[in-house]
Design a protein around this ligand. Sequence first.
Ligand SMILES: Cc1ncc(COP(=O)(O)OP(=O)(O)O)c(N)n1
Ligand SMILES: Cc1nc(C(=O)O)sc1CCOP(=O)(O)O
Ligand SMILES: [Mg+2]
Length: 204
Amino acid sequence: MRIDLSLYLVTDPTLCARHGLVETVVAAVRGGVTVVQLRDKHASDAELTDQARRLKAALAGSGVPLIINDRLDVALASGADGLHIGQDDGDVARARAALGPAAILGLSVQRHDQLAALDPQPLDYLGLGPVFATATKHDHAAPLGFDGLAALVAKSPLPAVAIGGLKAEHAARVRAAGAQGPAVISAICGQADPEAAARAFFTD
Ligand SMILES: Cc1ncc(COP(=O)(O)OP(=O)(O)O)c(N)n1
Ligand SMILES: Cc1nc(C(=O)O)sc1CCOP(=O)(O)O
Ligand SMILES: [Mg+2]
């Protein structure tokens, strides 16, 4: 499926609590976010499914897809548009088989050997990172920098977003490196005005 990866918002329960999860996402979409990923490492499946259903209702008519982080069962139960998994989050082919052909499926990649090993066929996009060290993900891999990002994108068989420590001022360099756009948490979720924070990614 074709997906607009221009500005990819990943949610965080603590940072989004400032305005509320749904309110933050709706404001960010007004500001230009084109994809939303629901990410909460601690919520139960039932809690996350409920959040996903509320987000899906809030996004209705916007054309912005809702992706679930890590949890295939929640993606299936909630009617979300897709799933994002990492290298240790389960089998890509199994996820595609369960989701069906219309769903969006993304995979995280940190290194060239992971890129060389992947089968792009079941996937729609890659999340490449971290570009910079970030306090938002404690177990992140070694930072790539923009040169490392460009080297990975050049070998990527799929469209990619870049993630990790990215702010609005980095958007142009992310695109110049060949990624479709940045994926961010704190640069939008933790901000006083998430709509303006999202819009700032398009002002360069
Ligand atoms: C768009 C996007 N890219 C990368 C990630 C990281 O996924 P993963 O490595 O599985 O780490 P967690 O997010 O699960 O902690 C992502 N979530 N989104
Ligand atoms: C969820 C996530 N994945 C990463 C990776 O490198 O794969 S970095 C990251 C956290 C991104 O948060 P922020 O925009 O606040 O830095
Ligand atoms: Mg994961």
